[in-house]
Write a protein that binds this ligand. Sequence first.
Ligand code: TXA
Ligand code: MG
Length: 330
Amino acid sequence: MLNADLLAQIEAAATILHNGGVVAIPTETVYGLAADAANPAAVRRIFEIKGRPTDHPLILHLADAAQLDHWAREVPKSAQLLAWHFWPGPLTLILPRSPYVSNLITGGQNTVGLRVPNHPVALALLRAMGPNAALAAPSANRYGRISPTTAQHVRDELGDTVDMILDGGPCQVGLESTIVSCIGDTVTVLRPGGIPLTAIETVLQQRVEVIDSSASKIRVSGSVLSHYAPTTPLELIAHDNLWQRACELQAQGLRVATLEWSAFNEVHSTQNSIVRTSMPADAEAYGQKLYATLRQLDNAHFDRLLAEAPPQKVEWLAVADRLKRASYRV
Ligand code: TXA
Ligand code: MG
Protein backbone atom coordinates (compact mmCIF):
# COMPACT_ATOMS: atom_id res chain seq x y z
CA MET A 1 0.00 0.00 0.00
CA LEU A 2 1.01 3.60 -0.48
CA ASN A 3 2.56 5.26 2.56
CA ALA A 4 1.57 8.69 3.89
CA ASP A 5 4.56 10.41 2.32
CA LEU A 6 3.77 9.03 -1.13
CA LEU A 7 0.08 9.93 -0.73
CA ALA A 8 1.08 13.52 0.08
CA GLN A 9 3.28 13.60 -3.03
CA ILE A 10 0.42 12.27 -5.16
CA GLU A 11 -1.84 15.05 -3.79
CA ALA A 12 0.84 17.62 -4.59
CA ALA A 13 1.25 16.19 -8.11
CA ALA A 14 -2.52 16.41 -8.72
CA THR A 15 -2.49 20.07 -7.67
CA ILE A 16 0.44 20.85 -9.98
CA LEU A 17 -1.32 19.07 -12.87
CA HIS A 18 -4.62 20.89 -12.19
CA ASN A 19 -2.67 24.15 -12.37
CA GLY A 20 -1.21 23.30 -15.79
CA GLY A 21 2.09 21.80 -14.65
CA VAL A 22 4.01 18.83 -16.03
CA VAL A 23 4.86 15.88 -13.77
CA ALA A 24 6.96 12.77 -14.45
CA ILE A 25 5.00 9.73 -13.26
CA PRO A 26 5.83 6.06 -12.74
CA THR A 27 3.96 3.41 -14.71
CA GLU A 28 4.59 -0.34 -14.91
CA THR A 29 6.17 0.05 -18.37
CA VAL A 30 8.35 3.18 -18.31
CA TYR A 31 8.14 6.63 -16.67
CA GLY A 32 5.77 9.05 -18.39
CA LEU A 33 5.78 12.84 -18.71
CA ALA A 34 2.23 13.79 -17.77
CA ALA A 35 -0.04 16.79 -18.26
CA ASP A 36 -3.79 17.32 -17.87
CA ALA A 37 -5.22 16.28 -21.25
CA ALA A 38 -7.84 19.05 -20.99
CA ASN A 39 -5.18 21.79 -20.72
CA PRO A 40 -3.65 22.64 -24.13
CA ALA A 41 -0.89 24.88 -22.71
CA ALA A 42 0.25 22.08 -20.39
CA VAL A 43 0.18 19.53 -23.21
CA ARG A 44 2.24 21.88 -25.39
CA ARG A 45 4.91 21.95 -22.68
CA ILE A 46 5.31 18.17 -22.98
CA PHE A 47 6.33 18.57 -26.63
CA GLU A 48 8.74 21.39 -25.73
CA ILE A 49 10.40 19.51 -22.88
CA LYS A 50 10.84 16.35 -24.97
CA GLY A 51 11.84 18.18 -28.14
CA ARG A 52 9.18 16.06 -29.85
CA PRO A 53 7.62 17.03 -33.21
CA THR A 54 4.00 18.11 -32.68
CA ASP A 55 2.63 15.63 -35.24
CA HIS A 56 3.59 12.68 -33.02
CA PRO A 57 0.43 11.85 -31.04
CA LEU A 58 0.38 11.36 -27.26
CA ILE A 59 -1.47 8.58 -25.49
CA LEU A 60 -4.04 9.27 -22.77
CA HIS A 61 -3.86 7.51 -19.43
CA LEU A 62 -7.17 6.75 -17.72
CA ALA A 63 -8.09 5.60 -14.19
CA ASP A 64 -10.25 2.75 -15.49
CA ALA A 65 -11.96 1.26 -18.53
CA ALA A 66 -15.29 2.88 -17.61
CA GLN A 67 -13.88 6.13 -19.08
CA LEU A 68 -13.35 4.59 -22.53
CA ASP A 69 -16.69 5.88 -23.78
CA HIS A 70 -15.80 9.43 -22.83
CA TRP A 71 -12.56 9.53 -24.84
CA ALA A 72 -13.39 7.15 -27.72
CA ARG A 73 -16.26 7.70 -30.16
CA GLU A 74 -16.61 3.99 -30.83
CA VAL A 75 -15.35 0.99 -28.87
CA PRO A 76 -15.43 -2.17 -31.02
CA LYS A 77 -15.96 -5.56 -29.39
CA SER A 78 -12.28 -6.42 -29.89
CA ALA A 79 -11.23 -3.36 -27.88
CA GLN A 80 -13.73 -4.15 -25.12
CA LEU A 81 -12.33 -7.67 -24.82
CA LEU A 82 -8.73 -6.49 -24.74
CA ALA A 83 -9.47 -3.77 -22.17
CA TRP A 84 -11.33 -6.27 -20.02
CA HIS A 85 -8.45 -8.75 -20.08
CA PHE A 86 -5.40 -6.52 -19.93
CA TRP A 87 -6.32 -3.29 -18.10
CA PRO A 88 -4.84 -2.07 -15.95
CA GLY A 89 -1.75 -3.14 -17.86
CA PRO A 90 0.82 -2.50 -20.62
CA LEU A 91 -1.68 -2.22 -23.49
CA THR A 92 -2.53 0.93 -25.48
CA LEU A 93 -5.69 0.83 -27.61
CA ILE A 94 -5.96 3.02 -30.70
CA LEU A 95 -9.62 3.95 -31.21
CA PRO A 96 -11.69 6.57 -33.05
CA ARG A 97 -11.40 9.71 -30.94
CA SER A 98 -14.26 11.49 -29.18
CA PRO A 99 -14.81 15.28 -29.42
CA TYR A 100 -13.12 15.67 -26.00
CA VAL A 101 -9.73 14.78 -27.47
CA SER A 102 -7.88 17.80 -28.86
CA ASN A 103 -5.93 17.92 -32.12
CA LEU A 104 -2.85 18.69 -30.10
CA ILE A 105 -3.00 15.23 -28.52
CA THR A 106 -3.71 13.27 -31.69
CA GLY A 107 -1.37 15.19 -33.96
CA GLY A 108 -4.44 15.91 -36.11
CA GLN A 109 -5.36 12.21 -36.58
CA ASN A 110 -8.94 11.05 -36.01
CA THR A 111 -7.85 8.28 -33.64
CA VAL A 112 -6.62 8.37 -30.05
CA GLY A 113 -4.37 6.07 -27.98
CA LEU A 114 -5.78 5.08 -24.56
CA ARG A 115 -4.35 3.08 -21.71
CA VAL A 116 -5.00 2.27 -18.03
CA PRO A 117 -1.56 1.83 -16.45
CA ASN A 118 -0.96 -0.85 -13.83
CA HIS A 119 0.93 1.13 -11.22
CA PRO A 120 -0.53 2.04 -7.80
CA VAL A 121 0.97 5.56 -7.87
CA ALA A 122 -0.26 6.33 -11.39
CA LEU A 123 -3.73 4.96 -10.59
CA ALA A 124 -3.98 6.93 -7.32
CA LEU A 125 -2.93 10.09 -9.17
CA LEU A 126 -5.47 9.50 -11.94
CA ARG A 127 -8.22 9.03 -9.34
CA ALA A 128 -7.13 12.18 -7.52
CA MET A 129 -7.48 14.11 -10.78
CA GLY A 130 -11.27 13.59 -10.68
CA PRO A 131 -13.93 11.96 -12.85
CA ASN A 132 -13.21 11.73 -16.59
CA ALA A 133 -9.77 13.27 -16.17
CA ALA A 134 -7.02 11.92 -18.39
CA LEU A 135 -3.28 12.40 -18.33
CA ALA A 136 -1.56 12.82 -21.66
CA ALA A 137 1.84 11.19 -21.21
CA PRO A 138 4.58 10.08 -23.57
CA SER A 139 7.67 8.37 -22.18
CA ALA A 140 9.69 10.84 -20.06
CA ASN A 141 12.80 10.96 -22.25
CA ARG A 142 14.07 13.42 -24.83
CA TYR A 143 12.87 12.68 -28.34
CA GLY A 144 14.59 9.64 -29.87
CA ARG A 145 16.29 8.52 -26.67
CA ILE A 146 15.83 5.51 -24.38
CA SER A 147 12.75 5.54 -22.14
CA PRO A 148 13.45 5.98 -18.40
CA THR A 149 12.69 3.07 -16.08
CA THR A 150 13.62 4.77 -12.77
CA ALA A 151 12.98 8.23 -11.29
CA GLN A 152 16.75 8.81 -11.35
CA HIS A 153 16.81 8.27 -15.13
CA VAL A 154 14.20 11.05 -15.46
CA ARG A 155 16.20 13.33 -13.14
CA ASP A 156 19.38 12.70 -15.15
CA GLU A 157 17.68 13.40 -18.45
CA LEU A 158 15.07 16.09 -17.78
CA GLY A 159 16.25 17.57 -14.45
CA ASP A 160 14.33 20.67 -13.43
CA THR A 161 12.62 21.21 -16.78
CA VAL A 162 9.70 19.30 -15.20
CA ASP A 163 7.66 20.60 -12.24
CA MET A 164 7.86 17.38 -10.25
CA ILE A 165 9.11 13.80 -10.48
CA LEU A 166 6.97 11.23 -8.65
CA ASP A 167 9.16 8.33 -7.59
CA GLY A 168 7.32 5.01 -7.76
CA GLY A 169 10.40 2.78 -7.85
CA PRO A 170 11.85 0.89 -10.85
CA CYS A 171 9.37 -0.06 -13.60
CA GLN A 172 8.35 -3.73 -13.48
CA VAL A 173 7.89 -4.24 -17.24
CA GLY A 174 10.71 -1.98 -18.44
CA LEU A 175 9.55 -1.74 -22.09
CA GLU A 176 6.69 0.37 -23.43
CA SER A 177 3.10 -0.85 -23.81
CA THR A 178 1.90 -2.96 -26.73
CA ILE A 179 -0.05 -0.69 -29.07
CA VAL A 180 -3.10 -2.33 -30.66
CA SER A 181 -5.22 -0.51 -33.21
CA CYS A 182 -8.92 -1.48 -33.14
CA ILE A 183 -10.64 0.44 -35.90
CA GLY A 184 -13.87 -1.09 -37.20
CA ASP A 185 -13.25 -4.82 -37.65
CA THR A 186 -9.50 -4.47 -38.14
CA VAL A 187 -7.12 -5.28 -35.30
CA THR A 188 -3.39 -4.73 -35.76
CA VAL A 189 -0.39 -4.43 -33.48
CA LEU A 190 1.48 -1.17 -34.17
CA ARG A 191 4.16 -1.62 -31.52
CA PRO A 192 5.11 -4.87 -29.77
CA GLY A 193 5.47 -4.32 -26.03
CA GLY A 194 4.54 -5.45 -22.53
CA ILE A 195 1.59 -7.65 -23.54
CA PRO A 196 2.76 -10.58 -25.71
CA LEU A 197 1.22 -11.00 -29.17
CA THR A 198 0.17 -14.56 -28.32
CA ALA A 199 -1.87 -13.33 -25.32
CA ILE A 200 -3.72 -10.88 -27.58
CA GLU A 201 -4.41 -13.59 -30.15
CA THR A 202 -5.65 -15.95 -27.45
CA VAL A 203 -8.13 -13.39 -26.10
CA LEU A 204 -9.43 -12.43 -29.56
CA GLN A 205 -9.26 -15.99 -30.87
CA GLN A 206 -7.82 -14.78 -34.13
CA ARG A 207 -4.44 -14.12 -35.74
CA VAL A 208 -3.31 -10.51 -35.38
CA GLU A 209 -0.91 -8.85 -37.78
CA VAL A 210 2.06 -6.86 -36.52
CA ILE A 211 2.49 -3.88 -38.80
CA ASP A 212 6.00 -2.71 -39.33
CA SER A 213 5.05 0.84 -38.44
CA SER A 214 8.25 2.27 -39.94
CA ALA A 215 6.72 1.42 -43.31
CA SER A 216 3.28 2.89 -42.58
CA LYS A 217 2.03 6.44 -42.81
CA ILE A 218 0.75 6.43 -39.24
CA ARG A 219 2.99 8.59 -37.14
CA VAL A 220 3.97 6.30 -34.32
CA SER A 221 7.04 7.95 -32.88
CA GLY A 222 8.49 4.54 -32.09
CA SER A 223 8.36 3.96 -35.82
CA VAL A 224 11.15 6.39 -36.52
CA LEU A 225 13.95 3.94 -37.14
CA SER A 226 16.59 5.52 -34.93
CA HIS A 227 14.28 5.57 -31.91
CA TYR A 228 15.15 4.21 -28.47
CA ALA A 229 18.83 4.79 -29.12
CA PRO A 230 21.74 5.01 -26.70
CA THR A 231 24.40 7.65 -27.42
CA THR A 232 27.07 5.00 -27.89
CA PRO A 233 26.71 3.33 -31.33
CA LEU A 234 25.23 -0.14 -30.95
CA GLU A 235 25.64 -3.11 -33.29
CA LEU A 236 23.31 -6.08 -33.28
CA ILE A 237 25.37 -9.21 -33.99
CA ALA A 238 24.60 -12.93 -34.29
CA HIS A 239 26.04 -15.04 -31.49
CA ASP A 240 28.63 -16.78 -33.69
CA ASN A 241 30.17 -13.52 -34.90
CA LEU A 242 30.00 -11.52 -31.71
CA TRP A 243 33.37 -12.27 -30.20
CA GLN A 244 35.25 -11.94 -33.47
CA ARG A 245 33.67 -8.53 -34.05
CA ALA A 246 34.49 -7.43 -30.50
CA CYS A 247 38.16 -8.38 -30.98
CA GLU A 248 38.25 -6.66 -34.37
CA LEU A 249 36.99 -3.37 -32.91
CA GLN A 250 39.31 -3.66 -29.97
CA ALA A 251 42.25 -4.11 -32.35
CA GLN A 252 41.21 -0.74 -33.85
CA GLY A 253 41.70 0.77 -30.40
CA LEU A 254 38.01 1.01 -29.50
CA ARG A 255 36.58 0.35 -26.02
CA VAL A 256 33.90 -2.30 -26.46
CA ALA A 257 31.09 -3.65 -24.25
CA THR A 258 28.80 -6.57 -25.09
CA LEU A 259 25.25 -7.48 -24.03
CA GLU A 260 24.84 -11.26 -24.16
CA TRP A 261 21.83 -13.37 -23.26
CA SER A 262 23.29 -16.80 -23.98
CA ALA A 263 25.46 -18.29 -21.29
CA PHE A 264 29.10 -17.23 -21.13
CA ASN A 265 30.24 -20.70 -22.09
CA GLU A 266 33.29 -19.92 -24.17
CA VAL A 267 36.61 -19.15 -22.61
CA HIS A 268 37.80 -15.86 -23.97
CA SER A 269 41.08 -14.16 -23.26
CA THR A 270 40.86 -12.10 -20.08
CA GLN A 271 43.81 -9.91 -20.92
CA ASN A 272 41.77 -7.57 -23.06
CA SER A 273 39.44 -4.79 -22.03
CA ILE A 274 36.21 -6.03 -23.60
CA VAL A 275 33.48 -5.70 -20.95
CA ARG A 276 30.89 -8.45 -21.13
CA THR A 277 27.39 -7.85 -19.73
CA SER A 278 25.31 -10.89 -18.97
CA MET A 279 21.65 -10.37 -19.89
CA PRO A 280 18.74 -12.66 -18.90
CA ALA A 281 17.93 -15.53 -21.30
CA ASP A 282 14.24 -14.98 -20.55
CA ALA A 283 12.57 -12.37 -22.81
CA GLU A 284 10.53 -10.67 -20.09
CA ALA A 285 13.46 -10.39 -17.72
CA TYR A 286 15.67 -9.14 -20.56
CA GLY A 287 13.09 -6.45 -21.44
CA GLN A 288 12.92 -5.33 -17.83
CA LYS A 289 16.69 -4.75 -17.74
CA LEU A 290 17.38 -3.49 -21.26
CA TYR A 291 16.97 0.29 -20.96
CA ALA A 292 18.67 0.52 -17.56
CA THR A 293 21.61 -1.48 -18.92
CA LEU A 294 21.92 0.70 -22.03
CA ARG A 295 21.92 3.84 -19.86
CA GLN A 296 24.56 2.38 -17.58
CA LEU A 297 26.80 1.44 -20.52
CA ASP A 298 26.21 4.87 -22.09
CA ASN A 299 27.43 6.52 -18.89
CA ALA A 300 30.60 4.40 -18.96
CA HIS A 301 31.53 5.97 -22.32
CA PHE A 302 32.40 2.96 -24.40
CA ASP A 303 33.12 3.50 -28.09
CA ARG A 304 30.87 0.68 -29.24
CA LEU A 305 28.19 -1.61 -27.80
CA LEU A 306 27.65 -5.05 -29.29
CA ALA A 307 24.31 -6.68 -28.55
CA GLU A 308 23.88 -10.37 -29.22
CA ALA A 309 20.90 -10.84 -31.57
CA PRO A 310 17.89 -12.16 -29.60
CA PRO A 311 16.21 -15.50 -30.43
CA GLN A 312 13.78 -15.29 -33.36
CA LYS A 313 10.79 -16.28 -31.25
CA VAL A 314 7.46 -14.54 -30.81
CA GLU A 315 8.05 -13.81 -27.11
CA TRP A 316 11.16 -11.80 -28.04
CA LEU A 317 9.30 -9.48 -30.47
CA ALA A 318 9.36 -6.38 -28.24
CA VAL A 319 13.03 -6.75 -27.26
CA ALA A 320 14.03 -7.47 -30.88
CA ASP A 321 12.11 -4.37 -32.04
CA ARG A 322 13.86 -2.07 -29.51
CA LEU A 323 17.31 -3.52 -30.23
CA LYS A 324 16.79 -3.10 -33.95
CA ARG A 325 15.86 0.55 -33.54
CA ALA A 326 18.65 1.19 -31.04
CA SER A 327 21.18 -0.22 -33.51
CA TYR A 328 20.06 1.63 -36.61
CA ARG A 329 22.87 4.15 -36.92
CA VAL A 330 25.74 1.69 -37.33
O1 TXA B 1 4.13 2.25 -22.09
C1 TXA B 1 3.82 3.28 -22.68
O2 TXA B 1 3.05 3.29 -23.64
C2 TXA B 1 4.43 4.58 -22.17
C3 TXA B 1 3.90 4.88 -20.77
C4 TXA B 1 4.38 6.21 -20.25
O3 TXA B 1 2.52 4.81 -20.79
N1 TXA B 1 4.16 5.64 -23.05
C5 TXA B 1 4.75 5.75 -24.27
O4 TXA B 1 4.38 6.92 -24.93
O5 TXA B 1 5.52 4.93 -24.70
P1 TXA B 1 5.15 7.41 -26.22
O6 TXA B 1 4.49 8.70 -26.62
O7 TXA B 1 6.59 7.45 -25.94
O8 TXA B 1 4.75 6.32 -27.22
C6 TXA B 1 3.37 6.16 -27.57
C7 TXA B 1 3.26 5.82 -28.99
C8 TXA B 1 3.92 6.86 -29.86
O9 TXA B 1 4.80 6.20 -30.72
C9 TXA B 1 2.76 7.49 -30.57
O10 TXA B 1 3.13 7.96 -31.85
C10 TXA B 1 1.77 6.35 -30.63
O11 TXA B 1 1.91 5.76 -29.36
N2 TXA B 1 0.42 6.84 -30.79
C11 TXA B 1 -0.27 7.65 -29.97
N3 TXA B 1 -1.49 7.93 -30.49
C12 TXA B 1 -1.57 7.28 -31.66
C13 TXA B 1 -2.56 7.16 -32.67
N4 TXA B 1 -3.73 7.81 -32.58
N5 TXA B 1 -2.30 6.39 -33.75
C14 TXA B 1 -1.12 5.73 -33.86
N6 TXA B 1 -0.15 5.81 -32.92
C15 TXA B 1 -0.35 6.56 -31.85
MG1 MG C 1 8.55 7.23 -26.24
